[in-house]
Design a protein around this ligand. Structure first.
Ligand code: ADP
Length: 765
């Protein structure tokens, strides 16, 4: 085996493999520079490069290399490019201990072993390397042109290893492994391992980056919120919030269970991340629990005489209503039981239901709260939404109690006749559970989740129409009817209650405005049309305000102002309603009586007939029951045409058209039965019916007249419209006692059992 002598370069921390080039710069004073000189001068630029890893144990393998470029730099240093050629075996080092002499060696060539399936292995390696390099951005792919055509595995591995392998120890292993096949195998293994490592690294990387992103995001948002809060002058500090809540919870007088719940929620709030969406839900919930009047009770005024006096002071008349309320309170006070039925005030708008309830609360020294259930379709409006819903909140009962600020307020539930109960989630049964003394001690709102005791609440309900109150609810109620007011009553309410109140509210002296009785009556008759006094109050308020404005803006100095008929129009504008403007008495026109939201009113019924086949045409927004009444009326007259001298020919060869004017207003109910019958009779027999007569009563096919409801309202309306005679069903006899004197004294009532008696009345007028 050929041996030769070569100068040696010892590398520390660098490994040169064959096929690679090393760029080195030598200090001119360094002995290594002599090595270069030796190589250049005596060895044909050949040199041995030894990568040392343990100076006591010099390696047995070195790389025969050739100096390719030698550049002497201005500072005298040498810059050389040394290209590794092949592995050689080092048999001996010369001058090893002679520090001043250049290191030399004796080396012998190594014969490279033949590799089985060399091409296959190279191809495999190329494939793996390519897929590996593709995923790793920091590995250069500049080696590809070199390896693509390389047929020797020996050279191939030496070309790629420095690019792919980072560790110096590993490089040395490659250097010291002479067999190319073994090196190929090593390389494959290392690529696999690197690939795996890379995947793991990437995973970790991504995780870390995500964590960093999240925490960075959280940090940035927190900072932003902090700045915003500072900008708004709010404290940004959750800790101080927690401290404040702690004090509030400690001070709160509430059941033990509630306190426990509050403390539990507070600890959740304290430990939760400020960025979690739940934290605000918890905060809101704590706020709600803190705001409810758990153990707050006002002391009742037990002096019922005093309560009665207050009601008298605030509300004119309504004697029976007030008396029943006082009785109810007395029974409740005595029995201490919660089982008494609940008061329900029923009557048209503006008759004082709400204000009366408010006065009761005031007189009893209870807080007052009002909740309307009109139009409620879903029980969650009463019982609240579970916290899991976005934007959940408690239902109206709990919200109202928060407003009430005590556990025993007077709680007015308005418009119970306008509640919908046609849905599966019917709110009526929820309301029942609220009112039921057996259940309401443990009332549970879906949002609050904890029981709230409603048994000390005094509930009062209101409705406009008794028929529309859900049956299940009606059973539990003590109905107190408040009917509309007569003109006389309205006049008294206006002069004794409304005007003094309004004058006081406008900061005037009692006697400053003198409004004549005629003016007040005119306002009642021509500026309002209602059962109650709400519109009347509004008109009086408008009048007083206009007077005050005029005085203030014109700086008028007077002690008293008189309002008479003539100046009224100046303040309130033109009359809105014409009083007593009935049309002339006419054939085929009859006054029925109706009970509308405006209170009682006359209901003119018009009938025409023309050639046809005996059909009935009905117009004017009539409801089903009223349409049936019209059919019954016509059938009755058809079968009794003889009795009433009606031409049978006319009955069967004509169509009959019944119209009830003011088509936009819906009308229904059976009480127009006798008025419809009389109107058809009047048209067919050309009998004129006096316009001062009105009728109310249901008719049957046999002509019997049945009782109707709302007589008081209807007759008050009739009086207002200038009606002098009212025909009523005999069965409504007992209702006559309840009619206001004004009505009794001015209207002539005629009671009838059947239509024959109506006919008799008509014959005699
Ligand atoms: P409702 O609840 O029946 O619709 P409100 O209680 O709102 O009616 O009454 C409307 C206005 O009429 C209130 O200002 C009330 O004080 C007044 N009012 C109604 N009835 C009377 C009465 N009998 N005496 C004094 N004021 C009354």
């Amino acid at each position: 085996m050929k041996k030769y002598n070569l100068p040696v370069i010892l590398l520390k921390g660098i490994v040169l493999l064959p096929q690679n080039t090393l760029k080195l710069e030598f200090d001119s004073k360094n002995t290594d520079n002599n090595v270069i000189d030796m190589s250049l001068l005596f060895h044909d630029n050949y040199i041995l490069v030894v990568s040392e890893y343990d100076s006591r144990n010099l390696p047995k393998i070195g790389v025969l290399s050739k100096i390719e470029n030698n550049l002497v730099l201005p500072n005298g240093n040498n810059r050389v490019d040394i290209k590794g050629l092949r592995r050689v075996k080092i048999t001996e080092f010369l001058n090893l201990n002679k520090l001043k002499e250049p290191l030399e060696s004796i080396v012998s060539e190594i014969e490279v072993e033949k590799v089985d399936k060399e091409e296959f292995i190279i191809n495999k390696l190329v494939k793996e390397i390519k897929s590996y390099v593709k995923n790793i951005p920091y590995i250069s792919n500049s080696m590809f042109p070199l390896i693509e055509k390389e047929k020797s595995l020996d050279k191939f591995t030496d070309i790629v290893v420095p690019t792919l392998i980072n560790s110096k120890e590993k490089m040395l292993e490659y250097l010291n492994t002479i067999n190319p096949a073994v090196r190929g195998e090593m390389l494959l293994k290392d690529i696999y391992q690197e690939k795996e490592m890379f995947q793991i690294e990437r995973k970790i990387d991504m995780k870390i980056r995500k964590e960093m992103d999240d925490s960075q995001k959280e940090y940035l948002l927190k900072e932003k919120i902090k700045l915003l809060k500072e900008e708004l002058g709010e404290s940004s500090n959750k800790d101080s919030d927690v401290e404040k809540l702690k004090i509030k919870i400690k001070k709160l007088d509430c059941p033990k269970k509630i306190k426990e719940r509050l403390n539990f929620e507070l600890s959740r709030y304290e430990t939760g991340s400020s960025m979690s969406p739940e934290i605000n839900v918890i905060r809101d919930y704590i706020e709600w629990l803190l705001d409810l009047p758990w153990n707050v009770f006002t002391k009742d005024n037990g002096d019922l005489k005093n309560v009665k006096d207050s009601l008298d002071e605030s509300h004119y008349g309504l004697e029976e209503v007030k008396q029943r309320i006082i009785e109810y309170l007395a029974v409740k006070k005595l029995s201490k039981s919660n089982n008494s039925p609940i008061i329900c005030l029923v009557g048209p708008p503006g008759v004082g239901k709400t204000s009366l309830a408010f006065s009761i609360a005031k007189a009893m020294h209870r807080n007052f709260v009002k909740m309307s259930v009109g139009g409620i379709k879903d029980e969650s409006e009463i019982l609240g939404h579970r916290k899991t819903y976005v934007g959940a909140s408690p239902g109206r009962i709990i919200s109202s109690l928060k407003k009430a600020k005590s556990s025993n307020p007077l709680f007015l539930i308005d418009e119970i006749d306008k509640m919908s109960n046609e849905y599966y989630n019917d709110p009526v049964s929820s309301l029942l559970s609220v009112l039921d003394p057996e259940q309401n001690k443990y009332f549970s709102d879906n949002y609050i989740e904890e029981d709230f005791d409603l048994s000390h609440v005094l509930f009062i309900l209101t409705a406009n129409y008794i028929e529309n109150i859900p049956e299940a609810l009606k059973d539990r109620l003590e109905i107190i009817n408040i009917s509309g007011y007569t003109e006389f009553e309205k006049f008294d309410i206006a002069t004794k209650h409304l005007l003094p109140k309004i004058i006081k509210e406008n900061g005037l002296n009692d006697n400053f405005i003198n409004i004549s009785d005629d003016v007040i009556l005119k306002i009642i008759r021509n500026y309002t049309k209602e059962a109650g006094v709400r519109e009347l109050e509004r008109q009086l308020d408008k009048l007083v305000r206009k007077i005050v404005t005029q005085i203030v803006t014109n700086d008028i100095k007077i002690n008293k102002i008189n309002i008479n008929d003539k100046v009224l129009e100046k303040y309130l504008g033109k009359e809105k309603y014409k009083f007593n403007t009935k049309t002339k008495s006419q054939v085929g026109v009859v006054n029925g009586l109706a009970y509308t939201i405006y209170g009682g009113d006359t209901l003119p019924i018009e009938v025409n007939y023309f050639k046809g086949k005996g059909n009935l045409i009905l117009t004017g927004s009539l409801g089903e029951v009223m349409k049936e009444s019209a059919s019954i009326a016509l059938s009755y007259l058809k079968s009794n045409y003889n009795l009433y001298n009606i031409s049978y020919d006319k009955l069967i060869n004509n169509d009959i058209h019944i119209h009830v004017p003011e088509g936009a207003i819906k009308k229904d109910g059976p009480s127009a039965g006798i008025a419809l019958t009389l109107a058809i009779f009047s048209a067919l027999t050309k009998t004129e019916i006096p316009n001062t007569l009105a009728l109310t009563g249901e008719i049957t096919l046999r002509g019997n007249v049945l009782a109707i409801g709302g007589l008081k309202e209807k007759t008050i309306g009739a009086l207002r419209s200038g009606i002098k005679t009212v025909i009523i069903p005999n069965d409504n006899d007992q209702d006559l006692d309840e009619l206001p004197d004004e009505v009794k004294n001015n209207i002539n009532f005629i009671k009838v059992k059947n239509f024959k008696e109506v006919y008799k009345v008509i014959k005699n007028v």
